[in-house]
Each structure stands twice: as C-alpha cells, then as structure tokens.
Design a protein around this ligand. Structure first.
Ligand code: SF4
Length: 401
C-alpha cells in the first residue's frame, strides 16, 4: 500500500496594519526586536500614551451612549470628577498590563490631552459615532520574493486592523450643518455621494506630520484607505466614502509642538497654516519663545489641525493596497534572509530618518545607523543598561549606566 505524505504545514502569515506594516516602515530592525522578538521597550512612552488616549475616548463614548439611550443629557463638557474617574479607570487597566507613564510630566500631558479630546472634540464627535472599535480582517495574495530567500509555502497573507470609530453621516441633516468634523469630510469629497455612507475615523497619538520632508504623511493615508477596503467588505457596512485621521496631539500641543508648528508655518511645510489676520496667527507670531509654557491656540485652529479627511474610492484604495503589498514583500524578504542564516543585523532593513524613533529605541547603542547619524550629537556610542522602575524611586537607570 502506498502511504501518502503529510503535506507541509500551511500557515497564513498575518500582518496588522499599524503594528506590523507601519511598525516596519518606522524601522525594520526595531520592528524585528520589539514586535517579532517581543522584547519589551525600556521606555514605552509612546505605547502608554497611545493606549491611554484611545482607552479614554472609548470609555467616554461608552458613558455618553449609555446616558443618551436613557434620554439623559449626555454631551460633554463633563465635571472634573467624571473625567478623573475615566482617567483612573484606564490607568489601572494599563498598569495591570505593565504599562505606566514614564514620569509625572507625561502623565499630566496625557490627562490634559484627554481632557481636550473629551471636553472640546467630544461634543462634535460623539453624536456622529455609529460603532467604536470595529475589527477588520481580509486576505491578499502574498507577493513573491527573491527565490534565494523563499522560506514558506503560503500564497496568501492575512491583513488585520481595528477602526477606532465608524460614523454614519447624513450630510444633508440640518443638525450636522455646523459640525466641524462633517464640514471637514464634506470639504474633502470631490462630489457628494448619493446614498447613505460611512466615514471611518482613526485616532493618532501624534502631531500632524508636515506634508513634505517625511514619509508619515503618505503612510497614514494608505492605512486609512486600506481600512476603507477591509470595512466595505463587511456584511453590515454601508459604502465607505471618506476617512478621517485625528492627530490627537494637536488638541493640546506642548511647547515643542508649538514651536514646530511655527517653524512649519514659516517654511510652508504644513497644509494648515493659520488664516491671515486670525487670532491663531497673532498668537503664533507674537509668542516669545523664552516663556516656559506655550499658550493654548484657539480651539477651531487646534481642531482644524487635528482633522485630516480623505476621500476613499477604488483608485485610492488600489494605490494603498499596492503600497502595503510592497511593504509585506520587504518584511517577508527580511524574514527569509534571517531564516536562511543571515545575522539579524544584516537581514533587517534599518531606518534612522526620524530622530524621535531612534531616541526611544533600545537598539540605538549598538545600531550602526544610529551611531552614524546621531552618535556624535548624543554622545551615545557605547551600550548601556536599560532603565528600570522601582516603586520607591520611580523610573531610573541602572547605576551601571
Ligand atoms: S536606532 Fe534607529 S535605525 Fe537603529 S534600530 Fe533603532 S530605530 Fe532603527
């Protein structure tokens, strides 16, 4: 009797849009260690901040919805006690997962941004929300890589993501006529859709990137377009007409953010300069940089800077999917090189174009690209032990630094 041979295990590689694809584009080597190797970061600043603000907005919307369904007055602004109870709840949840703010200043900044998001943006955003935290899945053909690095049988890959908010916007509804989010969506659409449709919203725990001089501008647009594609294939979805990125840092900019806005406005690098003769323009021009804290810009300007609305259509989706297929191909090539025996440092691409990414990277003390690009400026040319957290002393560094 002829026995059949068991086929090779077929596993579908899974790529999340933010954690994998955007993470890899930030820096391949950092992605290899933190995402694939699961090495915890010694300074999880961005992680805490992003998770905190997402968690706060989700909980705030849950409370709004609960009251709205009971017929109670639900819209923010809310009392300080209510906000604090939300913040404490989310901090406890994050702390149970080992995520704590790096220091008191970061925690204070997180509270201030979350307050601006609920109290100032919430009244415009919450009434538009249809569903929050919508999980997305889809499969695509796995791009083929150079034969010498091939290491698996799969011919498809899974693409996953989570949309923060799905809205059902009725553009003609008179009660939304003055809503700045609806107005931003309307302004982005080349022509008014004829049928009911959805708008997807994605929160970003970052400032609005400049339109030129960096790749984040295009990459986050690809992410939104791909969310649009995955969402429109779900059975309960209406056609997706547009997406909105919400750059949450713009709702409460730090002094550094404020100075960056000024610089970008001066050099024409931002697509949202203040209107001529506006209060925002006057503040940006007249503020003396030696002050300790930057003044808060008017809310309409901060909200305008935080919203980036993009139309979603077949063409823009196809461009984004092609761009992400190319990223998957690059990741698969790096994985293949490592699987075939190349050292991690040689197998993975590195990207030292963004100083902020490198500054919080634990590989910086042995990464050749960091030494080349920033080593002289920072003086970090030798390995040192990562920071630690003790209950009594707060965050610190090993005495063997
Ligand atoms: S230091 Fe910069 S280039 Fe080097 S691995 Fe880290 S993020 Fe990448």
């Amino acid at each position: 009797m002829k026995l059949s041979v068991r086929p090779k295990v077929y596993s579908l590689p899974s790529y999340s849009l933010t954690g994998d694809l955007l993470g890899y584009l930030r820096c391949g080597l950092q992605y290899r260690y933190t995402r694939i190797g699961k090495l915890p970061s010694s300074r999880p600043v961005q992680l805490w901040f992003g998770e905190f603000i997402h968690g706060v907005l989700e909980e705030a919307f849950r409370r709004y919805q609960e009251r709205f369904k009971k017929g109670e007055h639900a819209l923010p602004p809310w009392a300080a006690d209510e906000l604090n109870s939300i913040f404490e709840l989310i901090k406890k949840r994050l702390s149970a997962r080992g995520l704590v703010p790096w220091d008191d200043d970061l925690e204070r900044l997180g509270d201030l941004r979350a307050t601006a998001a609920i109290q100032e943006m919430g009244p415009h955003l919450f009434p538009l929300i249809h569903r929050a935290e919508v999980r997305l899945y889809g499969a695509r053909a796995l791009p083929s890589i150079d034969k010498s690095w091939e290491f698996r049988e799969a011919d498809r890959y899974e693409m996953v993501g989570v949309i923060d908010v799905v809205t059902h916007v009725e553009l003609q509804d008179p009660k939304h006529q003055d809503n700045p989010i609806v107005r931003a969506v309307l302004a982005s659409l080349p022509k008014m859709p004829v049928e009911n449709f959805e708008v997807i919203i994605d929160y970003k725990g970052m400032r609005r990137p400049p339109v030129s001089g960096g790749s984040y501008w295009a990459q986050y647009a690809w992410q939104l377009q791909t969310y649009g594609e995955l969402r429109r294939r779900q059975p309960d979805a209406l056609p997706v007409a547009a997406g909105v990125l919400v750059y949450l840092n713009e709702l409460y900019p730090t002094k550094t953010d404020f100075e960056t806005i000024r610089r970008e406005v001066k050099r024409g690098k931002t697509d949202i300069p203040p209107k001529l003769g506006s209060e925002a323009e006057a503040i940006l021009k007249s503020w003396p940089s030696k002050e300790k804290e930057a003044p808060l810009l008017p809310f309409d300007y901060r909200l305008q800077r935080s919203l980036r609305a993009l139309p979603i259509n077949d063409e823009s989706i196809a461009d984004a999917l092609n761009a992400f297929d190319e990223v998957v191909k690059r990741i698969e090539t790096c994985k293949g090189k490592e699987a075939k025996g190349l050292p991690v440092m040689d197998a993975w691409e590195r990207n030292a174009s963004d100083e902020n990414t490198c500054t919080v990277c634990d590989s910086r003390t042995y990464c050749p690209d960091f030494q080349k690009t920033f080593g002289r400026k920072t003086g970090e040319t030798h390995p040192k032990l990562p920071g630690f957290k003790s209950k009594e002393e707060g965050w610190g560094h090993s005495s063997r630094d």
